[in-house]
Design a protein around this ligand. Structure first.
Ligand code: C2E
Ligand code: MG
Ligand code: MG
Ligand code: MG
Length: 285
């Protein structure tokens, strides 16, 4: 498009940048009312055990049904919500909904095994003083055990984290909440650093899964994943892989010793009823 615009391409680029800035501004100012009006909703993506294919839980992924723009993904509005601080009430809402959903799954399908719920935490929520108490309250109100919950924190949010930042996560971990290191492998963190983090799960970033596209995969990529998995297991951490899109990827990652997987190969994020179906199919063979 820039080509056909000829001499006007810079003007056009400016206009596009302006349009994006206007949209960003509009979305930012619309966020608080959107929360009040109930325009957010959550999709759930199953987490599958690589060994036996059973559904072990799901990750909660928030979406915004915007009255003009349709469904917006979290990449469009989470950064804006972080910028304005709305992420704290929004994140609390996501946590409350997700924990209630986990409660419902556990009640309806107790024979499907204890399904767990993974919820993403943004760095702003980590530094918010109410995090631990809010989480305790939400779990108690829903009657859900802490071990049904896994909070996902990105590797980059914890790089160079001091003890003050880790304290609330430690409290939650002591209560039995699992902490997962999300997008692991993208943040250049010091591997030795893992020992001081109150983390029990590594979520290998999608870029590793993508490098398993061919069968057999690039030998260097295989070595890297193999090394991460063996280090993780020696530190008693479970390994989850993101973005599994093909059976070949799932098979290689299973052979490499990864524990659980998530991706379009199993299911796209969807409404909670979809997980009911998947879990039931597994429970009944
Ligand atoms: P994430 O936590 O790493 O979540 C995984 C992302 O990968 C999701 O994107 C999911 O839809 C996508 N995905 C899953 N399987 C596949 C696959 O097989 N192939 C490909 N290409 N993608 C796959 P989504 O839903 O757009 O979320 C993006 C990010 O937004 C999340 O990354 C997470 O960091 C953030 N996010 C989502 N919900 C929340 C929330 O409630 N609170 C906060 N703070 N952040 C959230
Ligand atoms: Mg996540
Ligand atoms: Mg992730
Ligand atoms: Mg990711």
């Amino acid at each position: 498009r820039a080509k056909s615009a000829g001499g006007n391409r810079f003007e056009l680029a400016d206009e596009e940048a302006d349009a994006r800035a206007i949209t960003r501004h509009g979305l930012t100012t619309a966020l608080p009312a959107a929360l009040d009006r109930g325009e957010f909703f959550i999709e759930y993506q199953p987490l599958v055990h690589l060994g036996d294919g059973s559904v072990r839980g799901a990750e909660a992924l928030v979406r915004w049904l915007h009255p003009q723009h349709g469904v917006l993904g979290p990449d469009r509005f989470i950064p804006l919500a972080e910028h304005t601080g709305l992420i704290v009430p929004l994140g609390r809402w996501v946590l409350e909904q997700s924990v209630r959903q986990a409660r419902e799954w556990r009640e309806r399908y107790d024979d499907a095994g204890p399904l767990r719920i993974n919820v993403n935490l943004s760095p702003c929520q980590l530094t918010h003083p109410g995090l631990v108490q809010d989480t305790v309250d939400i779990l108690e109100r829903a009657g859900v055990e802490p071990d049904a919950l896994c909070l996902e924190v990105t590797e980059s949010a914890l790089i160079g984290a001091d003890d003050d930042l880790l304290k609330p996560l430690r409290r939650l971990a002591e209560m039995g909440v699992d902490i997962a290191l999300d997008d692991f492998g993208t943040g250049y963190s010091n591997l030795a650093n893992l020992r001081r983090l109150p983390v029990s799960i590594l979520k290998l970033d999608r870029s590793f899964t993508q490098s398993m596209q061919q069968f057999p995969a690039d030998p260097v990529d295989l070595k890297i994943v193999e090394g991460i998995v063996s280090l993780a297991h020696s530190l008693d951490l479970a390994v989850t892989v993101e973005g599994v899109e093909t059976g070949a990827q799932a098979e290689q990652l299973r052979i490499l010793g990864c524990d659980t997987a998530q991706g379009w190969y199993y299911a796209r994020p969807g409404p909670p009823e979809r997980l009911h179906e998947l879990a039931l199919v597994d429970a009944t063979g």
